[in-house]
Design a protein around this ligand. Structure first.
Ligand SMILES: Nc1ncnc2c1ncn2[C@@H]1O[C@H](COP(=O)(O)OP(=O)(O)O)[C@@H](O)[C@H]1O
Ligand SMILES: [Mg+2]
Length: 232
């Protein structure tokens, strides 16, 4: 599903070079839920931006569903991101003047899908995340955890190949964080959605199938997690 091949990245600001990622290779299989773990400044967001085609790597390549994202031009990338990649952000990034329903429908508007089908797909997802009775409200009328549920629904409405989440529970209290993690795990299991979750918290990473750990721009660990005997 996702292949990262010998990826290196160096930021250049004039004469100054900042090497951030060094020779990173890994694969994520369809239906996996993987944590990309590392402390602040270890290169997680850079890695996510490269995987999602928001930046070009200095060296190496990124492949999603057999297509070389790192080789696409701007138009191809925009189209690819819109149809095949989902995003979830720490700060939800909902549009304040649109209703919950309209926020979730929005990615489908850009795909020219009929209003009727948009409504149907958005409603199905909002019901699945437990917000079927909130569709006419605006983001400011919801709690942080509820807003993140809306953002999760929006990320899935296009039926993407893969969903990238950058610190998705970073703004939430511990019990809400747990609810959101449980929801992501449920969606991963029930819909076979592939997730890459960026986090600096071991507790969050420990909930996924596998941890890919970055330290100072290097991959230091790629460990499958033994779930035998784990609850839930
Ligand atoms: N545009 C940029 N120019 C130069 N350095 C950058 C730029 N963006 C990020 N960095 C540096 O790259 C390193 C990794 O940053 P980042 O990927 O945001 O880490 P993380 O998300 O793990 O906190 C940091 O040292 C940061 O200062
Ligand atoms: Mg970051």
């Amino acid at each position: 599903m996702l292949q990262v091949k010998q990826l290196s990245h160096v930021f250049k600001n004039g004469e100054e070079l900042t090497p951030v990622l060094k020779d990173i290779s890994f694969e994520v299989k369809k239906g996996e839920i993987v944590a990309l773990l590392g402390s602040s400044g270890s290169g997680k967001s850079t890695m996510l931006n490269l995987m999602a085609g928001l930046m070009k790597p200095t060296e190496g390549s990124v492949w999603i569903h057999g297509q070389a994202v790192s080789e696409m031009n701007e138009n191809q990338l925009a189209e690819f991101r819109r149809t095949h990649i989902g995003f979830i952000f720490q700060s939800y990034e909902l549009i304040p003047h649109l209703t919950i329903m309209e926020n979730v429908e929005l990615p489908l508007v850009f795909q020219g899908i009929s209003r009727r089908e948009r409504r149907e797909r958005a409603r199905t997802l909002l019901e699945q995340v437990g917000l079927g009775d909130k569709t006419a409200l605006f983001p400011s009328q919801l709690s942080g955890g509820q807003q993140q549920r809306v953002a999760i629904s929006r990320s899935l409405v296009t039926h993407p190949h893969i969903v990238f989440a950058d610190e998705p529970t970073g703004n939430l209290d511990t019990s809400t964080e747990e609810e959101i993690l449980k929801l992501l795990l449920d969606l991963n299991r029930s819909l076979a959605i592939t997730f890459v979750i960026v986090t600096h918290e071991h507790e969050v990473a420990a909930r996924t199938d596998r941890i890919i750990q970055l330290r100072d721009g290097c991959l230091v660990e790629d460990a499958s997690q033994d779930k035998v005997g784990a609850a839930g």
